[in-house]
Design a protein around this ligand. Structure first.
Ligand code: AMP
Ligand code: ZN
Length: 140
């Protein structure tokens, strides 16, 4: 789907939506995509993104926002196959910790870790773990 960023400006999530970059996709519908975070805070850390580019939630049309929430609900239900405990987060703006300026919700399963939200707790997603999580979460 067409993005709204400037021509020539790169957006990693638009590249994933357009299948120009790889991702471990667990959910897709007409307006949204969900895939594994490549530097997960915990096992099964997911990102839910609108296919339409916008830096923040308030940059995309209301129907895309609603589609995103609907997809978030579905992704949360699937996340509950892993654990009933999870965080849902949206970082809007650099000072709020946003580093990819294409709006996304994080869904972060919790398994009893004290505090997984530290840079030092992040290691690149392992292929074996990604395959196992996709197998658990990609089925409807
Ligand atoms: P935020 O700080 O909310 O902007 O988070 C952006 C997230 O995107 C981070 O957790 C990154 O690890 C994740 N990320 C960046 N590039 C990719 C990618 N190519 N595939 C999956 N996740 C990514
Ligand atoms: Zn984008």
């Amino acid at each position: 789907m067409a993005g709204a960023h400037a021509p020539g400006e790169k957006c990693v999530f638009c590249d994933i939506v357009a299948r120009r970059s790889p991702a471990w996709i667990v959910y897709e519908d007409e307006k949204t995509l969900a895939f594994l975070d490549i530097f997960p805070f915990t096992r099964g850390h997911l990102l839910v993104v609108p296919k339409r580019h916008g830096a923040r939630l308030t940059d995309i049309p209301f129907d895309d926002q609603m589609a995103l929430i609907r997809a978030l609900d579905e992704v949360c239900r699937r996340c509950e196959r892993l654990t009933p405990d999870y965080n849902v987060a949206l970082n809007a703006g650099a000072r709020a910790g946003q580093i990819v300026f294409h709006v996304h919700f994080h869904v972060i399963p919790r398994y009893g870790e004290a505090n997984p939200f530290r840079a030092s707790s992040r290691v690149p997603l392992a292929e074996s773990e990604a395959r196992a999580v996709v197998a658990e979460l990609s089925r409807p």
